[in-house]
Ligand binder design. Structure first.
Ligand SMILES: [Zn+2]
Length: 409
């Protein structure tokens, strides 16, 4: 059995592979496939049965953008997963949903700014959380048939992470070409209202593949514990905390639990697509488990763990008394893990929706600063912000819980 210092050096090696040797794990990108291959091989080397599920996805690239009004140029970026365009048309500014309803935007370039552009719009086919107002904005825009959309945005940390400006649309199912710009740049663009502007966005959508990787170990019964962590990261970030650390917890568990023989089977799931508009890996898992969610005794999801500052924290949902009691006993022995504020924005939400008991593990600092941090989904989420001790601590606590649950009820 590995001691803590061996676990820490293994953690460093794995983190280096996922965040440095492979620099980007965006869904559909080569780094993403290298990462799922790496995880599959590590699982196999520890003697687990593995299962790879093919996902049809879309990669995306842009060669750049330009926006001109007369002789003036403005700085804009292509919205991730948007179509590209080369268009000219009248600039129609829209500030609210009511204005959007009244505006004639057909054949024009609509400029969303202010109130209507204050938050990121959920992808149109996203089933887990999709406010009515977002669906209304999408459908008004589609019916209005503009040539393109420009949005001027600030920050929306809770939904879009720490990026400034945030892309108002990040949706490969939404076909109106769109770009976004800083709110401060948008204030200048307002002077061009009613004038002809020319917008070029060199964005292209590319059909690609990606994989979910699942490692399995049988138990004495059909019931199983599903430990999950998403392996993908946003475009342009190494995704160290979001969520290489979670994947490394899975890898450490494959080592720590290699000789497990318990009541329950164990499934280690590297989900592909938590940070991707159509969450393909999650949708595939739901499809594969249709009618079988009652076999899942417990989900443990790791996302955002291992931040350099503060402790690890968990939040628990739907736990029956016997799991809660065992959890409390184990947490009392792992002093760097505490109970934090409940948060549901992660893959554990799938299990909660199907009524399964679930525990989410993260970093307390991120949960406490969810509404104002500037790290998630940016290049700042790199190896320099990782506390390498936190990761084995999380793996050891999960190992203890799984072993303890497997002993008896
Ligand atoms: Zn995440």
């Amino acid at each position: 059995m590995m001691d803590k210092s061996e676990l820490i050096s293994l953690t460093k090696e794995h983190m280096h592979v996922l965040c440095s040797a492979i620099s980007e794990r965006r869904v559909g990108g080569e780094g993403n496939r290298l990462a799922t291959d790496f995880v599959k091989n590590e699982f196999r080397e520890s003697g687990w049965t593995t299962d790879e599920t093919l996902l049809e996805v879309m990669d995306w690239r842009t060669t750049g953008t330009s926006l001109k009004c007369g002789t003036e140029s403005f700085e804009v970026s292509s919205s991730p997963y948007s179509k590209g365009c080369i268009v000219s048309g009248e600039l129609v500014p829209v500030n609210t949903v009511e204005e959007l309803e009244k505006a004639d935007i057909s054949g024009k370039i609509v400029f969303l700014h202010g109130q209507i552009a204050s938050g990121q719009i959920m992808p149109k086919n996203f089933v887990f959380y999709n406010p009515e107002e977002h669906q209304k904005i999408i459908s008004k825009l589609e019916k209005g048939n503009p040539k393109a959309i420009i949005s001027a945005t600030g920050r929306d940390s809770a939904v879009a992470g720490g990026v400034y400006p945030f892309p108002m649309f990040e949706d490969g199912d939404f076909d109106i070409p769109s770009v976004y710009m800083k709110d401060t740049e948008g204030e200048k663009l307002l002077a061009c209202s009613g004038q002809i502007v020319t917008l070029e966005s060199g964005a292209v959508r590319i059909p690609e593949t990606a994989f979910n990787v699942i490692a399995r170990k049988e138990g004495r019964t059909k019931k199983r514990i599903a430990v999950t962590a998403h392996i993908d990261a946003k475009i342009g970030t190494p995704g160290a905390i979001d969520n290489a650390t979670g994947v490394v917890v899975l890898l450490l568990l494959s080592e720590l639990l290699k000789d497990l023989k318990g009541e329950y089977g164990v499934e280690l799931v590297a989900f592909n697509g938590e940070d991707y508009y159509e969450v393909p890996g999650q949708m595939k898992y739901i499809e594969q488990n249709q009618g079988r969610f009652d076999e899942i005794e417990l989900n443990i999801n790791i996302d955002g763990a291992g931040y350099k500052e503060g402790l690890s924290c968990f939040s628990a949902f739907n736990l029956p008394d016997y799991i809660r009691e065992k959890l409390d006993t184990i947490i009392s022995k792992h002093q760097n893990i505490v109970e934090g504020k409940p948060w549901v924005q992660g893959d554990h939400s799938i299990f909660i929706q199907y009524g399964c008991p679930a525990i989410a593990l993260s970093s307390e600092w991120f949960i406490d600063h969810m509404d104002n941090q500037d790290i998630t989904h940016t290049p700042k989420d790199n190896l320099s912000i990782v506390n390498y001790e936190r990761i084995p601590e999380c793996a050891l606590a999960i190992r203890d819980l799984i072993v303890s649950l497997g002993e008896n009820k």
